[in-house]
Design a protein around this ligand. Structure first.
Ligand code: ADP
Length: 490
């Protein structure tokens, strides 16, 4: 059950709400209690002043040693309310007069009242009152206790203390009522809020549930389907949009992968068909001369070499895509490497009567993967010779421009049609399919430029077709001269 976000949200929400309500109830209770106490104190203080005024007036009317006692009884009779206890003490702490001596309060149902004036807490309060003119305090007794106020006053040159006690029963009852109200209001509020919270969470999460079931239905066969975006400005809308763009990228990469597989199997089918055909012909004829067998074997060998070449290229690209082609960088001179490549291509050029030139370059030290750069330059040279008709010219240069080495291979071939130029670095793309295969000895699957571009990029450089028209083409590789940034295959 706790695995559901809805339930977890509701539990969190309910816990926080419960805490807030309890804190709120405690604060309310405290404020209520404090204001009740303040009101009681103000009331006691007022009552005390009124009592003393009456007492003062009555003392003047009385005479004799008991004048204060008599005046006190009159004042008590005048000011006594049900909940109040009055008492006057002399300086020695002896009681002069108190409302508990005055009938009918002193007895209830014929028995004497053991009132608050006899409680130990009252004596403590009385002791404390002798140290200050006015004192508020709490005295135990009765059901709920008393609020006590002591006020010292002078009468006939002597100091007395007037103590008034007010029962806290009514206040206590009020506070109990407040507590009882909280006791049923808070649980009802929590139950209502958690039920509402649960439905709210369910409603808010409904689009997520819908998205998840929709996403669960999307597979390889319906990768084109997208999640419905209800409100593109809210968080769930953003989530759906991000998921949709992830699906876009996935479907593009899936399509690329499918195209790659289809193209690869198509490219592999041709040499395999030639191999099978040639072998079948050689085997079907009973009496064949040695020369004929030799010719068949040569065809088989040529096609096997072509097959190996394609498989190797495919393997390189697959590993490069997966970021698993480990570069093995070392220190060497790029100009020397270019010179060696030109030298290797010389036989190929000679066979087509193409003049091959390498313009002498300055020393170009570089830290890179030598065998990969050799492969790139040979690919470009191979293409230049392959796509340049006989008696043409191929020129190779290697220069340093600021912090880059620039290797250019220019031929005098027929060029690449402008509309096809943006596509020549795509995998399996051939501008002129028939020609590129017919004239090719060991490749021509349209992978050479893709691999060459990847090699340049793996070295944090780039490979571009810088010019191509009817007078020929120039391919240029730009490689950083500086420290090789990271020796990874990505
Ligand atoms: P391929 O194995 O077919 O040569 P590449 O990837 O090396 O594959 O080249 C892709 C296509 O680009 C070639 O089929 C060809 O049509 C075109 N191309 C490459 N280099 C040249 C060039 N120097 N001159 C004219 N066309 C070229």
């Amino acid at each position: 059950m706790l695995d559901s976000v809805r339930v977890r949200l509701t539990l969190w929400y309910t816990s926080v709400l419960t805490l807030v309500l309890i804190v709120l109830a405690l604060i309310t209770y405290f404020i209520f209690w404090r204001s009740t106490l303040q009101r009681t104190d103000a009331n006691l203080s007022e009552l005390c002043e009124a009592f003393l005024t009456t007492l003062d007036a009555e003392v003047k009317d009385q005479s004799g040693p008991d004048s204060l006692k008599l005046a006190g009884q009159v004042a008590i009779n005048e000011h006594r309310f049900r909940d109040h206890v009055f008492a006057i003490f002399d300086d020695a702490g002896n009681i002069v007069v108190s409302s508990q001596d005055v009938p009918p309060v002193a007895t209830v149902n014929g028995s004497s009242v053991s009132g608050p004036l006899s409680s130990p807490s009252f004596h403590l309060f009385l002791d404390a009152s002798s140290r200050s003119d006015r004192l508020f305090g709490r005295v135990k007794g009765g059901k709920s206790g008393y609020r006590a106020f002591a006020r010292r006053f002078l009468s006939s040159g002597k100091t007395y203390t007037l103590v008034i006690l007010q029962s806290l029963h009514a206040q206590q009852e009020m506070l109990e009522e407040v507590t009882a109200t909280f006791a049923w209001v808070i649980p009802i509020a929590i139950v209502l809020a958690s039920v509402g919270g649960y439905f709210l969470a369910r409603k808010s999460l409904a689009p997520v549930v819908a998205m998840s079931s929709q996403a669960g239905r999307i597979g390889a066969s319906n990768l084109h389907e997208r999640l419905a975006v209800q409100n593109e400005r809210d968080e769930l809308g953003h989530l759906a949009q991000s998921f949709n763009s992830l699906l876009d990228r996935l479907s593009q990469s899936f399509e690329r992968q499918q195209r790659f597989m289809a193209d690869a199997s198509h490219e592999l089918r041709t040499p395999v068909a030639i191999l099978r055909g040639e072998a079948e012909v050689a085997l079907s004829q009973q009496a064949r001369s040695l020369q004929e067998y030799r010719e068949s074997l040569e065809v088989l060998h040529q096609e096997a070499a072509r097959l190996t070449h394609i498989v190797e290229d495919l393997f390189t690209l697959t590993r490069a895509d997966a970021g698993q082609y480990p570069l093995q960088p070392g220190d060497f001179y790029l100009d020397e490497l270019v010179g060696e490549c030109v030298h290797s291509a010389r036989t190929l050029a000679l066979a087509k009567k193409i003049s091959l030139h390498f313009e002498e370059a300055h020393e170009s030290p570089i830290h890179a993967d030598e065998s990969l750069l050799r492969r790139m330059i040979l690919n470009l040279l191979d293409n230049a010779i392959k796509y340049t008709p006989g008696a043409g010219r191929v020129t190779v240069t290697c220069n340093r421009v600021r912090d880059e080495y620039v290797v250019s291979i220019t031929d005098t071939g027929g060029g690449i049609p402008a509309e096809l130029q943006p596509r020549i670095f795509e995998r399996f793309f051939r501008a002129d399919k028939a020609r590129s295969r017919a004239e090719n000895d060991g490749g021509g699957a349209g992978l050479g430029l893709s691999i060459s571009r990847w090699i340049a990029e793996a070295h944090h450089g780039r490979l571009e077709l810088t010019r191509s028209d009817s007078t020929g083409s120039t391919f240029t590789a730009y490689l950083p001269t500086g420290p090789f940034p990271s020796p990874t295959g990505s």
